[in-house]
Ligand binder design. Structure first.
Ligand code: ATR
Length: 282
């Protein structure tokens, strides 16, 4: 770093375990650009001041993580359409003092899914497990990428129903419905894509899965947003049944890659970013 360094970073609370600084600083080094990425642990009462500081200090932009992805939206000059549809911002770009909010989570997922499995989203019939923030981001972006059919199953069924209604209103061309959890097994018979967005199966509860192994089959692509562990119980079961699998690391890498591209205007060195994170995690 020197007096010319362009600053970026992460706003969240806590941020101490985030791998984003490592991933982005590795990417800046790979491209030889004079940028730096720092982690800022923001106090819950200081969100407005933190956003104003992007302008005051001339940061190029920041990522935003839990618990501020919704709260920062009130203090931005503009929020891009997809971030509005998701209802959350994970990337802020400072365009000469004008702060613009984006959301790269859902698009990061879709790009990872396409790059890593080669599937055609427009030809899938999908079941989504979960109806929280992550599910919403993934669903919005899959539908914008042309997914024609989506069923949403969630422990709290009213949340799945509400999300399905909202998504249907935004995507009249698609077939969208809520699905009771107990009907997942039956519905899977005709599905081609299963996306798991809850924390079930995350370290340390690595033997938990929200879907019975018997319901999985070889015509499915099973995607789990979790990346610790890399292969969840759901993905291990899916593999055993002959299904193709897609794990959550790519979503993390590509959401970062898209943020990186907004800030630097250059294609992100995705494989160097993936290696930096893999080396730290596994
Ligand atoms: P995120 O941003 O990671 O999506 P979130 O918005 O808090 O986090 O959503 C968590 C999701 O995981 C929800 O769909 C939640 O189900 P509920 O709506 O019923 O709470 C789901 N989830 C978390 N723990 C779960 C568990 N033990 N069993 C079933 N679902 C769970």
């Amino acid at each position: 770093m020197n007096s010319q360094t362009i600053l970026t970073g992460l706003f969240g609370h806590p941020v101490g375990h985030s791998l984003s600084p490592l991933m982005h600083n590795r990417a800046f080094a790979e491209l030889g650009v004079n940028f730096h990425y720092a982690a800022f642990d923001i106090d819950p009462g200081q969100v407005r001041e933190a956003v104003a500081a992007i302008r005051a200090l001339g940061l190029r932009g920041v990522n935003v993580t839990i618990p501020y992805k919704v709260a920062v939206m009130d203090y931005l000059d503009e929020v891009e359409e997809e971030a509005k549809a998701i209802g959350a911002v994970n990337t802020i770009v400072n365009e000469g003092g004008k702060l613009i909010g984006y959301n790269t989570d859902g698009r990061g997922f879709v790009r990872s899914l396409i790059e890593e499995t080669g599937i055609d989203v427009k030809r899938q019939s999908a079941i989504l497990v979960g109806a929280g923030g992550a599910a919403r981001g993934v669903a919005v972006s899959l539908l914008r990428a042309g997914l024609p059919s989506l069923a949403i199953a969630n422990r709290t069924e009213e949340k799945a129903e509400r999300l399905a209604e909202q998504l249907q209103a935004m995507n009249p061309q698609a077939r969208i419905a809520a699905l009771p959890m107990k009907e997942i097994a039956d519905a899977l018979t005709d599905a081609t894509l299963l996306v798991q967005t809850t924390s079930i199966g995350m370290h340390p509860n690595i033997d938990a899965s929200p879907v019975a192994a018997e319901a999985l089959h070889e015509r499915l692509l099973v995607s789990d947003l979790i990346y610790n562990p890399l292969e969840t119980k759901l993905l291990r079961d899916a593999k055993e049944k002959g299904a193709r699998i897609h794990h959550g690391l790519g979503m993390f890498i590509y959401q970062g890659a898209l943020s990186f591209e907004y800030w630097t205007g250059q294609p992100a060195p995705v494989e160097a970013m993936r290696k930096a994170v893999s080396d730290a995690l596994y």
